[in-house]
Write a protein that binds this ligand. Structure first.
Ligand code: PFF
Length: 452
């Protein structure tokens, strides 16, 4: 993909799919979903998450792509142009602006976790996991968290990888690599799943994740599930809009969206199963939080045949998935600085890179030196950024996009982009105009204490 002022288009529908899937598939699936399932009561969370993906995520992904393709611009200018076309207030451009900032806030912690993954490539390769048990694995992970300098090194490394690509604007090579790497990630997950099935407790894992227990659904699990549906599909901040702006006119937005959402969701659930089978077999705590995969998977790699090799490969693939997602997090802001502020692409990338790097330093300190420091409601820097972006900013961005496309744009313009049969169009309109806004609105009302 080229990001220069003139707008090039994806070579094929396939490259758009790969780029968007590359943005969607990342730490959200492999690191975050598994631990959120554990923290939020297992199946109760999974069920609500799936409902959110189908009834909110899929329609809103279609919305975000259609906005991008119609606008053919970065989110800020794009919303301005769409508002002009719909003859409504230009202030809609700020929706694009907030999205750009959200992306940078997410990258602030995403990059620190990306650093953890890089460090685990190294540990796997040098054989640290060989014959490791649960207690040793937890101790290794805690030692990593306790060392600000080690975290700083890996966070810096991850930021350099990300901004290096963004600065050059040569994402196309990376996107092509997705062609091999996403299937490779699936393959290695199947190996892991096979291993977990043979030594782990798959029965308990499946029960924990899929046995519907409606009684366990709480307002907090709904809130987290909705936020994670946005995070996992990269919705609500303009990444998908930017990618949509490069999509050719003759490609079906609906089919593409459904493929991406299915791949993204399936991948996350597979990782979850593999992990919980090990958690139950090794009597590890289910709700161990953000460290979950880093504590459980080494046990598997430490005992399986060719474990060091498979473990190294696994963490390389995860790092790659995180890398393609992190690039999409900065793409809206970079495109804006280049197109609106006439900055050179490399200067824009460095400016953003240094800002986010500094933010990341505050995040990594929240795992050690600043652990006890509360920013708001007893949350440290990492938790604040995570909650603020996933549960507030992304759903809010999605809500406004839905409202804009559903109530402000001309219906004919929307249908021109979606190009659906009448029935399918009505279904999209119903979910976009009514279901999604009510679901997101209800969650916000709860959050602000209006409904309990
Ligand atoms: N979807 C990515 C993941 O699951 O890891 C994270 C992400 C990327 C969120 C891009 C938002 C975004 F705009």
């Amino acid at each position: 993909m080229s990001q220069h002022a003139e707008r090039s288009h994806w070579g094929s529908r396939w490259s758009f799919m790969l780029a968007t899937a590359g943005s969607a598939i990342g730490l959200g699936n492999i690191w975050k979903l598994p631990y959120m399932i554990g923290v939020n009561g297992g199946s109760a969370f999974v069920l609500v998450f799936l409902l959110c993906i189908f009834f909110v995520g899929i329609p809103l992904m279609m919305t975000e792509i259609l906005l991008g393709r119609r606008a053919q611009k970065n989110p800020f200018n794009g919303m301005q142009a769409l508002a002009a076309e719909a003859r409504v207030s230009r202030s809609w451009k700020y929706l694009g602006g907030v999205g750009m900032i959200t992306g940078l806030l997410i990258l602030g912690f995403y990059s620190v976790i990306g650093g953890w993954v890089l460090s685990y490539i190294y540990y796997a390769a040098v054989g640290t996991f060989t014959e490791i048990n649960g207690a040793q694995s937890t101790a290794n992970f805690n030692a990593l968290l306790a060392s600000p300098l080690t975290l700083l090194f890996w966070h810096t490394f991850f930021m350099l990888l990300t901004m290096g690509v963004v600065a050059r604007g040569v994402n196309s090579g990376l996107e092509k690599a997705n062609n091999i790497l996403i299937p490779a990630l699936f393959m290695i997950l199947l190996i892991l799943l096979g291993y977990s099935m043979s030594v782990g407790d798959m029965h308990l894992a499946a029960q924990f994740m899929f046995n519907p227990d409606f009684g366990k659904i709480t307002p907090v699990s709904v809130l987290s599930a909705l936020g994670h549906a946005f995070f996992s599909l990269s919705l609500g901040m303009g990444s998908v809009m930017v990618y949509g702006s490069y999509l050719q006119r003759n490609v079906s937005i609906a089919c593409t969206t459904i493929y991406i959402a299915l791949i993204d969701t399936a991948l996350g659930l597979l990782v979850g199963l593999a992990i919980y089978a090990l958690v139950f077999a090794n009597h590890l705590p289910v709700a161990s939080g953000p460290g979950l995969i880093f504590q459980t998977l080494p046990i598997a790699f430490g005992h399986m045949p060719a474990g060091s090799f498979i473990g190294t490969l696994f963490f390389i693939l995860v790092a790659f998935a995180a890398w393609t997602s992190s690039i999409s997090l900065v793409e809206p802001a970079t495109a804006w600085l280049v197109e609106n502020k006439e900055m050179k692409r490399s200067s824009a990338a460095w400016l953003i890179g240094i800002t986010v790097w500094l933010l990341g330093v505050t995040v990594l300190l929240s795992f050690n030196e600043w652990k006890g420091i509360d920013i708001i409601f007893g949350l440290n820097v990492f938790e604040t950024l995570d909650k603020l972006t996933s549960t507030i900013l992304l759903p809010l961005g999605g809500l406004f996009m839905a409202i804009f496309a559903g109530y402000f744009m001309r219906k004919t313009h929307v249908q021109e982009e979606l190009n659906l049969s009448n029935r399918a169009f009505d279904l999209w309109r119903f979910t976009n105009n009514i279901v999604a806004p009510i679901a997101i609105g209800a969650v916000f009302l709860y959050l602000f204490g209006v409904i309990h």
